[in-house]
Design a protein around this ligand. Structure first.
Ligand SMILES: Nc1nc2c(ncn2[C@@H]2O[C@H](COP(=O)(O)OP(=O)(O)OP(=O)(O)O)[C@@H](O)[C@H]2O)c(=O)[nH]1
Ligand SMILES: [Mg+2]
Ligand SMILES: [Zn+2]
Length: 226
């Protein structure tokens, strides 16, 4: 008898993700699953987003890391309630981990919930958490060849954030070629060219988040266009 463990794991995850999705829908809550390699700037983006959307949207964050509560502490210092999940070595979040963390969150009081996934560009893509949208981050320090090497997240993402563009002059990152490559993988997504340090691109990013929280997008497409 052959047991395909991966498939069992994924189907159990899909069932819990479905329950999470119903919960989010009942609370009319937009949920973003933020996925990137370690250190691309997910938490830095959330810190800036928290200060720019203060008074406009009520944000919440669930953040996954193997160990430490450092990211949740940073986000709380930025004024947003954050729940830290420690996966104890697991390199992605599962729908079940998120469901347990949600017991600590007052969903009724939020307009937008971020789930910062464990820093990893590969397997978080396979684990549906019940989110409305996956958002990919790619920092210019990682190299513009990465979309074709790790296409999974770019195929699934509703938006891609190119981060740390303040560092462009110090890298060989080819921004036009990178955007072209992502578009070839998935031409139906938004791009944000950002720097959490200089603030570049963050107002466009926040405007998009406000539209998402207002329910303007559905799946991978803009509802008003479909
Ligand atoms: N120059 C520059 N540095 C940045 C920017 N955004 C983040 N950083 C730096 O990059 C490093 C990693 O940032 P984090 O926000 O911790 O990255 P992360 O993706 O949350 O990392 P993990 O949670 O460990 O995967 C930190 O030293 C940040 O200060 C940016 O826009 N420009
Ligand atoms: Mg982080
Ligand atoms: Zn993993």
């Amino acid at each position: 008898m052959k047991i395909i463990v991966g498939q069992d794991l994924l189907s159990a995850n899909a069932s819990q993700a479905g329950e999470n999705r119903v919960l989010f829908k009942n609370h009319r809550l937009a949920v973003i699953n933020l996925i990137s390699a370690p250190g691309s700037g997910k938490t830095a983006l959330l810190e800036k987003t928290a200060s720019l959307l203060k008074g406009k949207l009520k944000l919440g964050v669930v953040v996954g890391d193997l160990y430490t509560a450092r990211d949740a502490e940073r986000i709380e210092r930025a004024g947003v309630t954050a729940v830290q999940i420690n996966t104890e070595g697991v390199c992605h979040l599962t729908a079940d981990m998120v469901a347990r963390a949600l017991q600590e969150v007052s969903l009724d009081q939020l307009n937008l919930l971020f789930i910062e996934n464990v820093g990893n560009l590969v397997c978080p893509v396979s684990f549906d958490l019940g989110e409305r949208a996956k958002v990919a981050l790619l920092s210019v320090a990682e190299g513009s060849d990465k979309p074709a090497k790790y296409p999974g997240i770019f195929r699934e993402a509703m938006a891609t954030v190119i981060s740390k563009v303040d560092l462009l002059p110090y890298t060989d990152f080819d921004l036009p070629a990178c955007l072209e490559e992502i578009q070839q993988i998935n031409g139906n997504q938004q791009f944000f060219i950002t720097s959490a340090h200089s603030g570049q691109g963050l107002s466009q990013w926040c405007a998009w988040l406000e539209q998402l929280a207002a329910g303007k997008f559905n799946g991978n497409s803009i509802a008003s266009r479909s």
